[in-house]
Design a protein around this ligand. Structure first.
Ligand code: P5A
Length: 435
């Protein structure tokens, strides 16, 4: 994109309404604009980040055999009456009426809907296990929406649902999903710590929250340093044997991890490498057995011919919250430092003398080579403005083209994460970035 004709409205001043650094930077870097309390429009650069995160989440869900689908945002109240949650959910649920006075709601989650869809067509144990997921907007009328997209009212969630014949099968699905989460967060460039959690209004008796570490995180956490060294890349978990899954699962849950409220100093007495940090909840998974299949009448034929309720789990990732959480984890005083995997653009091209024939030609050449993955700062602004905006927006690479270098056929390459700068020939610079 050419910055002169892009809607990336960066701000020099710090917006007064933003309390935390990620919210301030999201507004200042022109990623989002609030349209109502807790509701945001995703501007072009922010939307690119959101889609990059969604793509990685999707690839890792697909890798464990979960099926991508799309359920609607609007749901009939009737569904939620059959599970008993329509009254239980309370004022967080946004309730609507259509022109026929039928009760509808804007979905805060989709357990009921997927159970209903599943029960209409799956009748036998032979069709199990299955996992389904979608990435869809949710609405929760939070009492106190705050921190920008971190606690919004409308937010993007990846929610997956597993169906197994029995408890043993459900635990395998749960563990598979847990591994997929560890891989997802690793690809996003962050450390995630799985912590045993309460299951709250989703219900059930086995639950983990995934907390990513960021110095400005909302809650205090304690964890074993072993988490910092774990590597979840490699391997295809859709075919991982149960023994392998067991090994990984034990690795993930044996080292201690706890939030502030659950921290029992006595239990940590034997832990040599205890670490303290701050964290943000970016995912939450639940095993809840037959909590929905039972009341909603989802039954399948078991091998012995009896009709049984499948055991289910649900698995959430806060896709839009992750945008804020990643900024909390990756920023400095000058702005955002995007990990390569989610950055809106691979690189920014800074033309320091727009109108200079050599500068313009080199910039256009580079811009064409990036095929849409670079942001070309072609504005007729001072160099200082361009440097500041590029640092603020957080592109992993900056390619700086000035008249002196242009004459010599060189550019300055800056790596945003480290601040490292290098004077390089054009081809060498492109090879560093594009590989
Ligand atoms: C799991 C999937 C569920 O809703 N049902 C389907 C289960 N879990 S959850 O913990 O309530 O939400 C999953 C993740 O969504 C993010 N999240 C939010 N993000 C932004 N603003 C909000 N108001 C908000 N509420 C939840 C969190 O990352 C959470 O882990």
């Amino acid at each position: 994109m050419r910055l002169s004709r892009s809607l990336i409205p960066t701000l020099k001043e710090t917006p007064a309404e933003a309390q935390i650094v990620s919210h301030r930077l999201m507004l200042r870097a022109g990623l989002v604009r609030q349209t109502a309390s807790g509701i945001y429009a995703w501007l072009p650069a922010g939307w690119r980040v959101l889609q990059n995160i969604a793509r990685i989440v999707r690839e890792e869900q697909d890798a464990i055999g979960a099926q991508d689908m799309l359920m609607p945002t609007i749901q009939p109240a009737e569904l939620w009456r059959t599970s008993g949650r329509y009254d239980a959910y309370g004022p967080e649920m946004l309730r609507l009426k259509d022109r026929h006075e039928r009760d509808l709601l804007y979905g805060p989650t989709n357990e009921e809907m997927i159970t209903d869809i599943f029960r209409q067509s799956v009748k036998s144990y032979r069709e199990l296990p299955q996992m389904l997921y979608h990435i869809q907007w949710k609405f929760r009328d939070e009492v106190r929406p705050r921190f920008g997209v971190m606690r919004g009212r409308e937010f993007l969630m990846k929610d997956a649902y597993s169906f197994d014949l029995d408890y043993a099968g459900a635990v395998v699905s749960y563990r598979r999903m847990m591994l997929s989460y560890m891989r997802t967060f690793q690809r996003l460039g962050v450390k995630a710590i799985p912590m045993e959690a309460e299951s709250g209004p989703i219900g059930g008796n086995l639950s983990h929250e995934f907390i990513i570490l960021a110095p400005t995180g909302e809650s205090q956490v304690f964890y074993d340093a072993a988490f910092e060294g774990m590597d979840f890349s490699g391997g295809n978990f859709s075919h991982t044997s149960e023994t392998d899954l067991d090994r990984f699962f034990t690795q993930m849950t044996t080292p201690y991890a706890a939030t502030d409220e659950k921290h029992d100093p006595a239990a940590w007495a034997g832990v040599a490498n205890k670490r303290e940090g701050r964290g943000i909840e970016v995912g939450h998974i639940f095993y809840f057995g037959t909590k929905y299949s039972d009341p909603m009448g989802l039954k399948v034929a078991a091998p012995d011919g009896t009709q049984v309720s499948p055991h289910m789990g649900s698995y959430g990732i806060g896709v839009s919250r992750l945008v804020g959480a990643l900024i909390e984890a990756f920023h400095d005083d000058a702005g955002i430092k995007w990990p390569d995997s989610v950055a809106p653009f691979k690189a920014a091209i800074l033309n320091l003398k727009v109108g200079d024939a050599a500068c313009d030609r080199i910039c256009e050449d580079i811009y064409a080579k990036f095929a849409g993955h670079a942001l070309y700062d072609d504005r007729e602004d001072r160099a200082g403005v361009k440097f500041n905006d590029a640092d603020l927006m957080g592109h992993p690479w900056q390619i700086v083209v000035g008249p002196r270098g242009a004459a010599a056929g060189t550019v300055e390459l800056k790596r945003r994460a480290t601040g490292e700068k290098q004077e390089l020939g054009l081809d060498a610079a492109l090879a560093r970035i594009l590989g």
